[in-house]
Structures are given as C-alpha cells and as structure tokens.
Design a protein around this ligand. Structure first.
Ligand SMILES: [Zn+2]
Length: 228
C-alpha cells in the first residue's frame, strides 16, 4: 500500500495542527464524500477552517497531509484526546460506497496495521470518531460493522508478523495433529489390508506420504520377493 505526501505548509499549522504532541491512538473516519484522497487532502489544507486530518485513503493508496507529531481537528472533541492524541485517517468514497469504497477501506485497514506495528501498538489503540463526540462516523464502516473492520486490521497486523520460525511451529503442530488422527471409517478395510500385506507399517494413517515412502511401498509391491 503506497503512502504519498501532500503536506500542509508550515504557515498553515496555526489553523490545521497548532499543537505538537505524541500520538497514542488511531481514529478512523469516513469522508461522507466521493472524492479521491489527493482531493480530500488538498481541500483539507486549503479550506479556511479548523478542520484537518492526517491521512486520506482511497482505492489506490494513502495521502498524508499532516505531520503525525502534530494534532488534528477531526473528532469534534476540542482539545480532548481524539483531536490531541489521535492519528486521524479518512476513508474515501463513503458517500456512494461500492467497490472503490471497499478497496479504500481495505487500504485503510492495511495502513492502520502498519502504523500499529511501527509503534508496537495493539488493536486496542484503534478508535473511531464516534467515540469522541458521538457523531455517526465512520458511517459506512459502522453500517457494515465496526468489529468486522477491526478483524481486517487484526488480520494484517498478525499476518505480516508471521516469520519463518512461527510458520515452522504452526506446520509442525499441524503435522503432529495429522499424525495423531485415526484411520477413516471408509478406509479401514483397505488400511488393514495394506498393513497385513506389509505394504505400510500401520502408523499415522492420515499423515501425508513422502516420495521416499511411496518408493518404499512400490518396492514392497513390485520387487521380486525372496523365496518367491
Ligand atoms: Zn469523522
């Protein structure tokens, strides 16, 4: 997911982000509009009001307009924790919804997960505009289910943390589970036959067969038996 920058000029900090701060949470919004991210950021910077946010995210990526170490005026709580401590993300195309909104929301989930990971934050840091002044925002994300959105963020947060060691650990556990399984009802007779005839040793009926094991089975079937 690409993040580009279209930064608010310093001479407008007094209006858009007057306070330096250390952020401690994410705050999600929907634009209630149908414009792409770059337009949302440009409009945010230019409109002569105390309205601002850090990122706008659309179906192609994110655009950052404010430094993260400065506040924004986005969650309607004055100098409360939303505005003063939040990293604010606007999800584009929420007015009409549809495929481009879904992509935008997915990108916002990816961006949120990246920022959480960068900072060593957990999912509990992900909040919504509604938490601060009661406004029904992010409206379409809420309509579709806030928990659902959090699950997507969680997926990206955990998925990308999967390293090789962890993967091995999961695979080993999976194989141990397979090896512990008993023979399926439908295969019982055949399994017994294979064991009785010395083709298989009767262990781990539902574990995968390696090529060397296959070669051994074939050898037992096809090679001339001693004394035969
Ligand atoms: Zn909002």
């Amino acid at each position: 997911m690409t993040v580009t920058e279209k930064l608010c000029p310093r001479e407008r900090y007094y209006l858009k982000c007057p306070y330096e701060r250390e952020p401690d949470r994410m705050v999600l919004h929907n634009t209630g509009n149908d414009a792409p991210a770059i337009n949302e950021i440009t409009y945010m910077i230019n409109r002569p009001e105390e309205v601002s946010f850090h990122f706008a995210v659309d179906d192609t990526g994110a655009v950052r307009g404010l430094p993260l170490e400065r506040n924004a005026w986005a969650s309607g709580d004055g100098r409360g924790p939303g505005n003063m401590l939040g990293i604010h993300i606007e999800i584009c195309y929420s007015k009409s919804g549809g495929e481009r909104f879904h992509k935008a929301e997915d990108n916002a989930a990816r961006l949120t997960a990246e920022l959480l990971r960068e900072r060593g934050w957990g999912l509990d840091r992900v909040t919504k505009h509604q938490d601060y002044d009661g406004k029904y925002c992010p409206h379409r994300t809420l309509d579709m289910g806030w928990e659902r959105f959090l699950c997507v963020v969680k997926k990206y947060l955990e998925g990308d943390n999967m390293d090789y060691e962890k993967f091995r650990e999961y695979m080993d556990r999976y194989h141990r589970e397979l090896e512990a399984r008993t023979v399926s009802d439908w295969a019982k007779d055949t399994w017994g036959w294979a064991e009785d005839n010395g083709l298989l040793d009767g262990s781990s009926p539902r574990a995968p067969l390696t090529r060397e094991q296959a070669a051994m089975v074939l050898y037992r079937v096809l090679s001339p038996r001693e004394g035969a």
